[in-house]
Design a protein around this ligand. Structure first.
Ligand SMILES: [Zn+2]
Ligand SMILES: [Zn+2]
Length: 306
């Protein structure tokens, strides 16, 4: 048994030069045509560093999680779908559905947010940010794939479909594409994902889908990108950005803060658990704010200024 399936390798082989091309094109276009500094050397190198770190964790752990998924698939009691069109379409939709919940938990549970935060720590927004990976996500992502293996999807196919939808998920990191008409109703678009990377209160924890936007619409996390006469322009990054990140703190800064919060003196066990499993921004003394509190305050301020 080897860790990579043949079609996954093919995907990597074709997508890499393609990515290099579109990043180059975006860089040139944004600099010379729109005169906008969308890329900085430091930020781009950080994105490359994070994708390599993520790739290493994934490769190191791949045989283990693939083994788990194969064990589950071997115990499946469901008759596999024989029609290949139905099989792949259903895998596409269900894989995207479980990804939505993985990503939603990444945003709403502090100990997962501590992993996912790296994807959001750039104050830039361009194709290379799509490579700014959550380094340790491969350690738990497969847990969300277990139900898929159990209902009869081949583990290598699940991983292939994840990689395939991830190409889409990477391409939506751009400011060069405006709104895409009817596509906005069904698919995750650059406009939707700009909202996702925004630190403006109204936009926090919105649009978590990778390929289909319907999950956000169904489960109440959808927010369209508003024109500048309706709402403030987008500020990319975190509500509190890192001041002097180094290669270590870039990956571990939120974990360091979690550790400090959980081990502080004079708080109850329930409060310690709140710092670990509660939403990001939870605090026992109200000194910090969660996304929803920030959004509420912004809305109240807007109403009272009318
Ligand atoms: Zn996210
Ligand atoms: Zn993103």
């Amino acid at each position: 048994m080897h860790g990579f399936s043949y079609h996954e390798q093919l995907l990597l082989l074709f997508s890499t030069p393609f990515y290099v091309m579109i990043i180059g094109a975006e860089l040139l276009l944004s600099n010379f045509h729109f005169h906008k500094k969308t890329y900085t050397v430091k930020d781009t190198f950080t994105n490359i560093y994070l994708t390599l770190a993520n790739g290493s964790v994934d490769v190191a752990f791949k045989l283990s999680y693939l083994w788990v998924l194969i064990q589950v698939a071997n115990h499946s009691v469901v008759q596999p779908i024989s029609n290949p069109v139905v099989y792949w379409l259903l895998l596409l939709v269900l894989e995207d559905f479980v990804y939505y919940w993985l990503h939603r938990l990444d945003h709403t549970t502090r100990f997962l947010w501590a992993v996912h935060v790296t994807h959001h720590s750039s104050q830039k927004f361009n194709f290379s940010v799509g490579f700014r990976s959550s380094v340790f996500e491969p350690l738990y992502r497969f847990i969300f794939f277990i139900p898929l293996a159990w209902i009869g999807f081949q583990p290598v196919d699940i991983l292939f479909m994840y990689s395939a939808t991830q190409i889409w998920g990477t391409l939506v990191h751009t400011e060069l594409v405006g709104k895409l008409g009817w596509l906005e109703e069904i698919f995750v678009t650059p406009s939707h994902h700009r909202v996702h990377h925004s630190s403006n209160p109204k936009y926090l924890d919105k649009n978590m889908g990778m390929f289909l936007i319907i999950w956000d619409k169904l489960f109440g996390t959808f927010q369209r990108e508003l024109p500048e006469n309706e709402y403030a322009p987008i500020q990319y990054g975190l509500t509190k950005n890192l001041e002097n990140p180094n290669p270590f703190t870039l990956i571990f800064h939120e974990w360091i803060q979690v550790y400090k919060d959980v081990t502080q003196k004079g708080i109850s066990t329930k409060q310690r658990l709140g710092y670990l499993f509660g939403p990001p921004g939870y605090s026992h003394d109200g000194s910090r704010k969660t996304s929803r509190q920030m959004e509420k305050e912004e809305e109240q301020a807007r109403l009272s200024s009318k």
